[in-house]
Each structure stands twice: as structure tokens, then as C-alpha cells.
Design a protein around this ligand. Sequence first.
Ligand code: MTE
Ligand code: MO
Length: 336
Amino acid sequence: MGTGRKAWQEKSALVTPEAVFNDRRNIIKALGLGALGASIPGQVQAGLFDLFGKSEPHAPFVTHPLAFSGNKAYGQQEILTPEKKVTTHNNYYEFGTSKTDPFDNAQGFKVDPWTLRVEGLVDNPLTLDLDDLTKLLPLEERIYRLRCVEAWSMVIPWVGFPLKALLAKAGVKAGATHVAFETLFDPDQMPGQKSRLMGGGIHYPYVEGLRLDEATNELAFMAVGLYGKTLPPQNGAPIRLVVPWKYGFKSIKSVVRIRVMDKQPPTSWNQLAPHEYGFYANVNPEVDHPRWSQATERRIGEGGIFSAQRIATLPFNGYGEQVAHLYKGMNLRQYY
Ligand SMILES: Nc1nc2c(c(=O)[nH]1)N[C@H]1C(S)=C(S)[C@@H](COP(=O)(O)O)O[C@H]1N2
Ligand SMILES: [Mo]
């Protein structure tokens, strides 16, 4: 992800994970080193990283088995990404910008008590607690591909319920056009919300949004679990959105508020870098990110990102049959 382009970034980006880069650039910026930063010796840079050493080790977060019925995979069955990869290679900037930060820093995250409000243009605003999240609606499993805008992907068995069913419980009022989502804001628990550097420059709380017809599409899913168990914090416990035909950043984690609206809500990555991250963010191999191609992706397997297999990226991440009609007549280069 990230916001700008530096000449020195291009070359090293081939060997260094994107997010590590962001950290380095942000640190350099914050220290006022500017262009000079590019030439800081590696050792000194490594020293700077110690500023963000891992937090106190916590006992691993405890997950629980979930009962669900029904399993939908939508199309071709693919090899699941190993659970270990799904839970240790993450983007969750509230816990730091490198891929292992969320696992390293989120194990002490508290999900009880939790409150999720469904409000705005609804007949029955809902206030749900942790228990409600797994009991209000019947749970099912959905095996979805997850395609990050950084051009890596996974195949994840989520457990949860369609967003559409939750919105139906609340009763969407006439005149509603969009749905906004918000992640927990709790800097004491989320170190990335305390520090502009560690949080990747995002203005927290992280916010996302969908058009109402996207939100009520059969694929839009609220996940409360993965691999048959409640979500670990690094994947967005206790409840997160999963929108499989859009780039991963739309799939907002640890949601505390869902607001039905009559206008398009602001979204975090769009606010940070509007020319790089649009509101729609539909997976599209034909529209490149300004700084890299979106034609292919690295499918994360046993070996992690460096041994991952490169495969063709599909329009709408392979879910065109379910969602292409939503965008009929729209110029997807303009509405990226
Ligand atoms: N609140 C919040 N939600 C978030 C993010 C984040 O940084 N904060 N990262 C997004 C991005 S970029 C991706 S690719 C997915 C990753 O989900 P995963 O870690 O469960 O694979 O979460 C998305 N949801
Ligand atoms: Mo992402």
C-alpha cells in the first residue's frame, strides 16, 4: 500500500515487502531526514526499526469452535491457504504495518465486552454484544479468495452470515443508498492508532463503505470465524466484513459500527491516497495500480510470499457471475 513513489523504492520493492518500506519511508520523513534518508546506512535504519520492537509477548488469543451449517465455495474449489499462513501474514495497520505485526501485537486484544451497532437509515437500530454476533443469525461457511491490492492472495474458509441478513434484521429504510463501516478506536489496545508512524499514516478509526446494492449482494459476508473457529484478533475479531470481489482493504476488521446512509461515505485508503485507492476497489487485472501491475497475483501457499505461485488475476476476483451486473455501464477505469 503506501502513498507515494520514490526512485529508490522501485528497485528494492522487488525484494522487500511493501509495508516494511512504508515504515522506513515514514520514519525517514518523521525524522526530517528527507532525501538524505535514502542514504542512511542499513545498520542505522535497522536501529530505527528497534523503535517498533515487538510488544510484550502475550499468551495466544483463545479461539472457540463454531457450529455452522452449509458450505459454499462459489465456483471452482481451490486449495485452501494453510491456516497458519492466514493467521500470520496479515494487513491490520492498527497493530503495525509489517505482515507479522498483527500476529505479534494483537494476541492480548479484548473482544469481550464488544458492541456492534447497526444504525442510520434503519427501522430497528441494533445493538449487538459479543454473544449476539454468533447467535443472532445462522452461521455458514464460505470459501472465498482474498485478493490484496498489493498483489498477493489467499483462499480462506470463513464462518459467518451474509451482510444482507443483518441489514434485513435492522430493516433498511427507503432512500438509503450506501452502508458505512467503522473499526474499533482504542489506542490503548491498538498501538498503530497511537503513532502516525506505526499506523501507516491512516486517520483512525479505519472506515470503509459499500453501495447498498453491493452490501446486499449474496457474496458480501460478515465473518465471525475462519477454519471453523472464532476469528483471531489479527484477522479482525470478533467480526469483520469480507467482500471477495474487491481488494482486501475493503474487508474492514473488528467492526463496531454499521451505518446505513443516503450518500457515499469516506473510506480510509481513499482518503489517504485517492489516486491509488478508489471507493469501488473492484479486483480488476486490466486497471493497474499506479505503482504496480494488477494483472497477476502471488497465491500464498505453504512457503509464504517468496515461494508463492504467480497466477492470473481474474476480473472481480473470479466472482463476475455474481457481481458484474452491479457495474453495468460504469467505466471501471474511472471508478477504480
Ligand atoms: N481495520 C482494518 N481493517 C483492515 C485492514 C486494516 O489495516 N485495518 N487491512 C485490510 C487489508 S489491506 C487486507 S488485505 C485485509 C487482510 O485481511 P487478513 O489479514 O484477514 O488476510 O484486511 C483489510 N482490513
Ligand atoms: Mo490489502
